[in-house]
Design a protein around this ligand. Structure first.
Ligand code: ADP
Ligand code: ADP
Length: 227
């Protein structure tokens, strides 16, 4: 059974094709890099998989279930541009949203949940900032907090859109190490990344895309295909 199964996916914006004919299947426990140039449709692919935008055509299942059925098992960290950094919310509250996807803001957190959120902040080395406003932090700190929010959700599948943009090297290393550990624990991690330079060290599977699938497979298969 596959963690992510995508068949014949098509997406367009106002009649303009953004993605066509995307088909692939990923086993659980992989750390997948989605790589392609700007405008290639990487964010569109993630959003279409998560049903945040409509598909023109195509089937998507996660662990053999529909996205709707398994939503609580799916953690998503949007790209920087899609997050409102002026929203007045503390670091701990941001992480608590992971424990209460959707209804988060309206539920009074229990002591246990706060402790769990704090544990998740420790994982990413951000516990000392728990009372700060999310908007006051550096890019790397913000991205680590969003990873903590994803961890708080105890998900099976993780999707991160450009988590290294505007992030210092230390935070980048912290983030990739946690993602590697999650995949070693059998979680399935998918990361949008815009360049190939570190892809070989960061991911064990790659999906190269430019409006359609250019390549999919292990790092060796994609970089050194047999002739
Ligand atoms: P990316 O790094 O994914 O290319 P962009 O800077 O292009 O991000 O887009 C930022 C946000 O604007 C995203 O939410 C994207 O969906 C949206 N967006 C991008 N292109 C357009 C467009 N032509 N019309 C409307 N919204 C767009
Ligand atoms: P990437 O993430 O690879 O940079 P995107 O998925 O953001 O690419 O965008 C793919 C294409 O779709 C781009 O041409 C972009 O301008 C367009 N696009 C993205 N979001 C929107 C949107 N909300 N409305 C219209 N066009 C969009």
């Amino acid at each position: 059974s596959s963690a992510i199964q995508v068949e014949d996916l098509y997406v367009s914006y106002h009649g303009n094709t953004a993605l066509k004919d995307v088909t692939f299947s990923l086993e659980a426990g992989n750390l997948l890099g989605i790589i392609g140039p700007n405008g290639a449709g990487k964010s569109t692919l993630i959003k279409a998989l998560l049903q945040l935008i409509p598909r023109d055509k195509g089937q998507v299942t996660f662990l053999d279930k529909t996205v709707k059925e398994i939503r609580k098992q799916v953690a998503y960290v949007p790209q920087r541009n899609d997050i409102d950094w002026d929203f007045p919310i503390t670091v701990l509250e941001t992480v608590l949203l992971g424990t209460y996807p959707k209804i988060g803001m309206f539920k009074r957190p229990k002591k246990n949940d706060k402790e769990w959120a704090y544990e998740c902040l420790k994982e990413v080395g951000m516990e000392q900032f728990y009372k700060r406003q999310i908007g006051e932090l550096s890019g790397g700190q913000q991205q680590r907090v969003f990873l903590a929010r994803a961890l708080a959700q105890k998900a099976e599948l993780f999707f991160l859109d450009e988590p290294f943009v505007g992030v210092d090297l230390g935070s980048e290393e912290t983030i990739i190490n946690i993602l590697k550990r999650l995949s070693n624990q059998g979680k399935t991690v998918t990361v949008v990344h815009h360049d190939l330079s570190k892809a070989e060290n960061y991911f064990n599977k790659l999906l190269l895309i430019n409006r359609e699938l250019i390549g999919f497979g292990s790092v060796n298969e994609v970089f050194r295909p047999e002739i």
